[in-house]
Design a protein around this ligand. Structure first.
Ligand code: FES
Length: 134
């Protein structure tokens, strides 16, 4: 029952986990992308729309950098939403699509943009532990 959940568990918002490990976010490996600007944009949108952003060390699929995992909110998870991995998140269009999806509620609550779906990648084995949640 929803009312049995307390505080953070019930309210946990959609969360963007932006990989900033050995390859994602590294301008020497991926020049031409404003990696700092991407994080700034994600954080500004999170503050505006009520989702969360955090960074993490390498998630595994470095050849698909930048990797951003869109985790469902608590409500979205109960509605069937699951953590969704986005690869090649390098350009502004992709960043804006991720922002738009999270602002709309994220997995389980809103359909992702079709063009963003083309960038969904399969999580590597063991990824569940690294991103902290199922
Ligand atoms: S640094 Fe992001 S997947 Fe390895």
């Amino acid at each position: 029952m929803d009312h049995a959940l307390i505080g953070g568990a019930r309210q946990r918002p959609c969360t963007l986990v932006a990989c900033r490990g050995c390859c994602c976010g590294d301008p020497r490996k991926h020049p031409g992308t404003d990696h700092v600007g991407q994080l700034d944009r994600l954080r500004a949108a999170a503050a505006e729309h009520g989702f969360q952003v955090r960074t993490t060390d390498c998630l595994g699929p470095c050849d698909q950098a930048n990797v951003i995992v869109v985790q469902p909110s608590a409500v979205g998870r109960r509605a069937g939403g699951r953590a969704t991995w986005v690869g090649f998140a390098m350009d502004d269009d992709c960043t804006e699509e991720i922002v738009g999806w999270a602002a709309a509620g994220g997995p389980g609550l809103a359909e992702p943009p079709v063009t963003l779906e083309l960038q969904f990648i399969r999580p590597p084995r063991g990824a569940r532990a690294r991103t902290g949640r199922r």
